[in-house]
Design a protein around this ligand. Structure first.
Ligand SMILES: [Zn+2]
Length: 167
């Protein structure tokens, strides 16, 4: 169950009723897990069954978020006629530090490569976006594939950094 908070997260507190719905009893000790993009309050002591329920509910929430993202991007067959803008990613492009420094490319800048056909050369340059498909954890790629998400569309959303979840 989701409790709406219309104000900002500053000074956020968890209503007693919410804790009680999640099975926390009075004086229960809890551990706050600060994760990238989420804060999770877990019971400090759990039985095996409580752990199973917790794992199940966290998995369900993750599945809901992934399904939402998949819906925002849409299925890939819609772009079949024009060709999906997604091209196979072989991991990030690397450049030795001295070449980066020489070219004035910041250490953390993402790199892009362009093959100069017929010249037997490749142009490597810093992109002006922060994120793209190379930032997706490897474990998530098969799930996105199984959902039929258009990776070209997803990459566009990663590049523009637009808000895709609001609620
Ligand atoms: Zn596509």
């Amino acid at each position: 169950m989701k409790f709406e908070k219309s104000t900002g997260v500053k000074g956020a507190f968890i209503p007693r009723s919410a804790l009680s719905l999640s099975g926390f009893i009075e004086d229960e000790t809890a551990a706050l897990h600060t994760l990238p993009g989420a804060v999770v309050l877990l019971k400090k002591r759990m039985t095996a069954m409580e752990m199973i329920r917790t794992v199940d509910s966290i998995s369900q929430l993750a599945a809901e978020l992934l399904t939402e993202l998949a819906a925002v991007c849409g299925p890939c067959d819609e772009c079949e006629s024009e060709g999906c803008p997604y091209e196979e990613v072989d991991g990030p492009i690397d450049l030795p530090d001295y070449l980066r420094a020489e070219a004035g490319i910041p250490k953390d800048a993402k790199l892009c490569a362009e093959v100069n056909e017929g010249e037997k050369s490749v142009t490597i340059y810093a992109t002006d976006h922060q994120h793209d498909l190379t930032d997706i954890p490897q474990g998530l790629m098969p799930l996105l594939g199984a959902l039929g998400v258009c990776l070209g569309e997803l990459e566009q959303k990663l590049i523009t950094g637009e808000v895709v979840h609001n609620g």
